[in-house]
Ligand binder design. Structure first.
Ligand SMILES: NC(=O)c1ccc[n+]([C@@H]2O[C@H](COP(=O)([O-])OP(=O)(O)OC[C@H]3O[C@@H](n4cnc5c(N)ncnc54)[C@H](OP(=O)(O)O)[C@@H]3O)[C@@H](O)[C@H]2O)c1
Length: 289
């Protein structure tokens, strides 16, 4: 039986993976570890777990994801997103474990006029992106049997994310300003979780770097309008430029990811962003009902 260790099990992606596994993938042996159960920066704990168990795959959902805070917590971001990832990769190498690691569209500076391919040069604008890129580089230098999946604009029923923030603000406010000069592709964490399960269950051997998000390219403004439309929220949405909405971390203007490479591998087609957004909003509304 294929055995899989999942770190960061309490995050959006970790929880979505658990949901899908519980529903339909009990034929694999899954070990889910939250940050309390396994701190990936604690080398002794990681070593002990690998000494006591054999894992065919490690799916690393653990990450430092506070993009703005990373500007003032550079060391913490690099410790979790780079140094701990280096140690995970070394541990995978020694134990013959394949690593599935998640990275980000924020490794790019956003100056491309089309969607970014895996061959495009990474040049992060912020500390979070730089720490994630360093993690990728460590993996690529240490392992042969790895999948790095760069994704973007992740949302789900869980944790903190743009969709849930907008649903809350939509109830509190009559109008809201949202940036319309940053474009990219949203990713429903359940769709990404399904892709990870497919990679593991099908034991894909085409290792390397991949881009994955839902289909379509939009701005945060477009995204917000659809969030409100699908949840029957009447709040007015006004477009603003990034220059009028200052954040600690700089963000790429274009972070659309070209998904041709991964779609050639996958059995299923990549859902478009509207279809997945509708599913997530329905699930959030039904949970509350
Ligand atoms: N969210 C996005 O928009 C986005 C966009 C592009 C890429 N990504 C990438 O996608 C992946 C999944 O993101 P997500 O949205 O699921 O993130 P998330 O919801 O923030 O979850 C990250 C998880 O990592 C855990 N964690 C943090 N430090 C840890 C440590 N030292 N040891 C073990 N676990 C630790 C957190 O624990 P606690 O529960 O204790 O906080 C949390 O459960 C990450 O690699 C992220 O960089 C995310």
């Amino acid at each position: 039986m294929i055995s899989v260790l999942v770190t960061g099990a309490n995050g959006q992606l970790g929880k979505c993976l658990q949901d899908i596994v519980i529903q339909k993938h009990r034929d694999l042996e899954w070990v889910f570890k939250t940050s309390e159960e396994l701190d990936i920066t604690d080398q002794k704990c990681v070593l002990k777990l690998f000494d006591e168990n054999e894992f065919d795959y490690l799916v690393n959902c653990a990450a430092y994801t506070a993009v703005d805070r990373a500007e003032s917590e550079k060391e913490k971001a690099f410790l979790i997103n780079a140094e701990a990832v280096k140690y995970l990769a070394e541990t995978c190498k020694i134990n013959d474990t394949k690593l599935v690691h998640i990275s980000t569209d924020f490794v790019f500076d956003g100056t491309n006029d089309k969607a970014y391919t895996e061959e495009d040069t990474a040049s992060p604008l912020n500390m979070y992106g730089a720490s994630k890129l360093k993690g990728e580089q460590y993996i690529q230098g240490i392992l042969e049997h790895f999948f790095i999946i760069r994704t973007s604009w992740v949302y789900s029923e869980y944790g903190h994310n743009f969709v849930k923030t907008m649903l809350r603000l939509g109830k509190e406010r009559d109008q809201i300003n949202v940036v319309n000069d940053q474009v990219g592709s949203p990713t429903y964490a359940k769709d990404l979780a399904a892709v990870i399960i497919e990679i593991v269950k099908s034991e894909y051997t085409e290792y390397g770097l991949y881009h994955y998000s839902n289909g379509g390219v939009i701005s945060w403004f477009d995204f917000t309008k659809k969030i409100f439309e699908y949840s029957n929220i009447q709040t007015d949405v006004f477009p603003v430029s990034s220059a009028d909405y200052i954040t600690h971390a700089k963000r790429p203007k274009n972070s659309a990811l070209d998904k041709a490479k991964i779609s050639n591998q996958l059995k299923s087609t990549i859902p478009n962003w509207q279809e997945s957004l509708k599913k997530c909003i329905n699930s959030i509304i039904n949970e509350k009902a």
